[in-house]
Ligand binder design. Structure first.
Ligand code: C5P
Ligand code: MG
Length: 300
């Protein structure tokens, strides 16, 4: 079976239990592509972590670095990033310990952004001028899922308005894409006044999923899940799925690779080490096609 997916032998691929991966894949492919749904994180999962040695921005960073933010505010946002990002990726602290600190980060950053009276009509330009980059192979993935009517849920603790603009400008915001994220709330004059609804941060995606039961109810005929993430917090994104049958979890490990490798191997089925491409997810989606062609050949 792995011979059908030569990409699983890429040097970036690590698996704690390759046999188990094979079993999950076999069972998912057997059930057919009409029973699968994809649930993916956005920042540093669908987008690149680095390009030519330079870090790529998250949704928040796209705004932070833009000319919509005053210099003083930029400095404050940078300080927040320098304080809290190392905590986010610190493998020596537990999720319980990190959770309140992450809430603090998001809350402080959103307060600062709201003070900047950001205008809705300038967001498209900000994204256009940013260094935002989707991972190599993104078009293949988005187009494939759309063409095969496979639902894609993008579940992000970033900023929904920015995220949507990134995929719209990349030409892949297809109708099969649904987004759960933090959305901006603008006043009548089009200025940011708050963020809507419950805050989504990296460690409460489970709660976010359970608030959206309607979405998962609609997809109840798709109990097989391909999950893509880059944080251990992303593992709970599929907690709202009804009567799950199989889940294959692919984790991108971008930063502090050696320290974090074991914990990622323990919780993700496939771990991709410093892999800036979507080659492996694409190869996995592609085996559904191979199998269908195989069946078609049998029929005719
Ligand atoms: O889309 P995703 O759920 O990955 O978005 C969360 C990411 O946004 C986190 O990994 C975090 O590093 C980043 N972040 C940021 N600035 C903030 C808050 C979060 O860059 N103020
Ligand atoms: Mg992420």
């Amino acid at each position: 079976f792995n011979a059908k997916i030569p990409e699983l032998s890429n040097p970036s691929v690590c698996m704690r239990d390759p046999q188990r991966v094979q079993e999950i894949l076999q069972s998912m492919v057997k059930a057919g592509s009409n029973t699968v749904q994809v649930i993916s994180d956005f920042d540093m999962t669908l987008t690149r972590f680095a390009y030519n040695g330079k870090r790529c921005p998250t949704c928040h960073n796209i705004l932070d670095n833009s000319n919509l933010i005053s210099n003083d505010c930029k400095i404050e946002l940078k300080e927040l990033l320098n304080t809290y990002y190392p905590i986010e990726i610190d493998s020596s602290r537990s999720i319980e310990e990190k959770l309140p600190l992450m809430v603090e980060w998001w809350t402080k950053a959103h307060e600062l952004l709201v003070q900047q009276k950001i205008r809705k009509d300038l967001l498209a330009m900000v994204v256009q001028e940013s260094d935002a980059m989707l991972r190599e192979g993104y078009k293949l993935l988005f187009d494939h899922l759309y063409e095969h009517s496979i639902p894609l849920l993008i579940f992000s603790a970033g900023i929904g308005d920015i995220l949507e603009e990134v995929i719209r400008q990349a030409g892949v915001f297809h109708p099969n894409v649904k987004v759960f994220s933090n959305y901006m709330d603008f006043d009548e004059s089009g200025e940011l006044r708050a963020f809507k609804g419950e805050l989504i941060h990296i460690y409460n995606k489970r709660e976010g999923a359970l608030l959206n039961t309607g979405h998962f109810q609609e997809l109840r005929t798709r109990p097989n899940v391909l999950l893509l993430g880059d944080s251990l917090g992303d593992l709970t994104m599929a907690d709202g799925v009804h009567d799950m049958e199989n889940i294959l979890k692919i984790g991108f490990l971008n930063d502090k690779v050696e320290e974090r490798k074991q914990s990622y191997l323990d919780s993700y089925d496939i771990v991709l080490l410093k892999d800036e491409t979507l080659e492996v997810p694409n190869a996995i989606m592609h085996i559904y096609n191979q199998l269908r062609m195989f069946h078609d050949n049998l029929l005719f």
